[in-house]
Design a protein around this ligand. Structure first.
Ligand SMILES: Nc1ncnc2c1ncn2[C@@H]1O[C@H](COP(=O)(O)OP(=O)(O)OP(=O)(O)O)[C@@H](O)[C@H]1O
Ligand SMILES: [Mg+2]
Length: 336
């Protein structure tokens, strides 16, 4: 499958990697909206953007050493040097060692390749290590990217001098609403939204996968590529697809939990208008739906387009259902 569209997001990443960044960004967005695909595409294009640049992609959930990293350069010898130490430290979860490892890899890269700038992308951090430990990783990333701190460390002899002069830009991708909530309380990380694909890109994707009815796919998936692939797997049968997500995503559990908390009426309202989640009385329901990745709080800070309000797709001004299909599945479960 070829990578389609996302030009606005790619431009954002390119620009982000080109300047000094002392504050890492945590990019959050719906499950399956294409965060991982975008990160890998940025790595693929990186040498074209910055001929002396190095992009590192780290998959926090990878279980095997060779799946952990993707890069635009031959990382082999650099990694070989640290792999032994790495494996000793990571045990089960690679992300636990991510900070340590990245710091070391960046150091070695600077020594061996003298790159002009380094883009580090950590994917699946929070789902691998949880919100609290993930926050520690992001804080550490801030220190790694902060050029001023690095020059102080170099003066104190704590890090090699050339490391002080490199541009290091750090990004974390997450679909966990809870992590965004936690991090947006701190000054050492920015959060920004990545939304589902826009209509033009999604149309091209639909053509590429042979979707028979674009209007129906848009109405169900609202630009979410994973939704489209799953719809294809369901033989383009919307009913079958809705039935499959109802069982796999715990829709009935969410509806039952809302009832237990006395939030059934609020949930019915949120199906009609997700913006009620932004009201003080909607906070408990917002947290429940966010924790299960059903809704996303929209933010004007976005790396591409921010979706416009569209009640039919379940998109409000402040909150949106991750896909119209999830909203529809909840609506059905509410009807019993
Ligand atoms: N721009 C694109 N062009 C082609 N395929 C895409 C594009 N974006 C995403 N996809 C495909 O859609 C599927 C979901 O994308 P991806 O796994 O990147 O989403 P994600 O946001 O990382 O999901 P999660 O939140 O679960 O990590 C994948 O099969 C991916 O290859
Ligand atoms: Mg992903």
């Amino acid at each position: 499958m070829v990578f389609i569209g996302r030009e606005a997001e790619l431009s954002w990443l390119r620009e982000y990697a080109g300047a000094d960044r002392s504050t890492p960004y945590v990019i959050y967005g719906p499950e399956g909206c294409g965060k991982t695909a975008l990160a890998l595409e940025a790595v693929r294009r990186f040498l074209h953007w910055y001929p002396r640049g190095v992009a590192l992609y780290l998959d926090g959930k990878a279980r095997r050493g060779e799946d952990v990293f993707k890069s635009n350069i031959q990382l082999g010898d650099v990694l070989a040097d640290v792999a032994g130490e790495l494996l000793g430290r990571i045990g089960g979860a690679a992300a636990r060692a991510a900070v340590w490892l990245l710091g070391r890899v960046v150091e070695r890269l600077v020594e061996k390749q003298s790159p002009s700038n380094i883009l580090v992308i950590v994917d699946e951090l929070f789902s691998a290590v949880g919100v609290r430990e993930g926050a520690v990783v992001v804080k550490h990333a801030q220190e790694l990217g902060d050029r001023h701190l690095r020059s102080l460390k170099a003066e104190a002899g704590l890090i090699p001098r050339p490391l002080a002069g490199v541009r290091i830009a750090y990004l974390v991708f997450t679909s966990e609403g809870a992590s965004r909530r936690e991090l947006s309380r701190h000054s050492w990380a920015h959060t920004a939204l990545m939304w589902n694909m826009d209509k033009d890109d999604f149309k091209r994707l639909n053509e590429a996968v042979g979707g028979p009815d674009f209007a129906a796919a848009w109405r169900l998936c609202g630009g979410n590529p994973r939704c489209l692939f799953q719809l294809a797997e369901a033989g383009w049968d919307a009913e079958r697809y809705l039935a499959s997500i109802s069982s796999s995503r715990g829709v009935r559990w969410v509806v039952a939990k809302a009832a237990e908390l006395g939030l059934t009426d609020a949930l019915k309202e949120a199906v009609e208008d997700p913006d009620i989640l932004a009201e003080p009385s909607g906070l408990r329901l917002a947290k429940l739906l966010e924790s299960r990745n059903f809704v996303v709080e929209l933010s004007p800070a976005a790396i591409g387009g921010v979706p416009s309000r569209d009640p039919e797709l379940g998109v409000g001004r402040l909150y949106a259902w991750q896909t119209p299909a999830l909203r529809d599945a909840v609506a059905r479960a509410l009807r019993g």
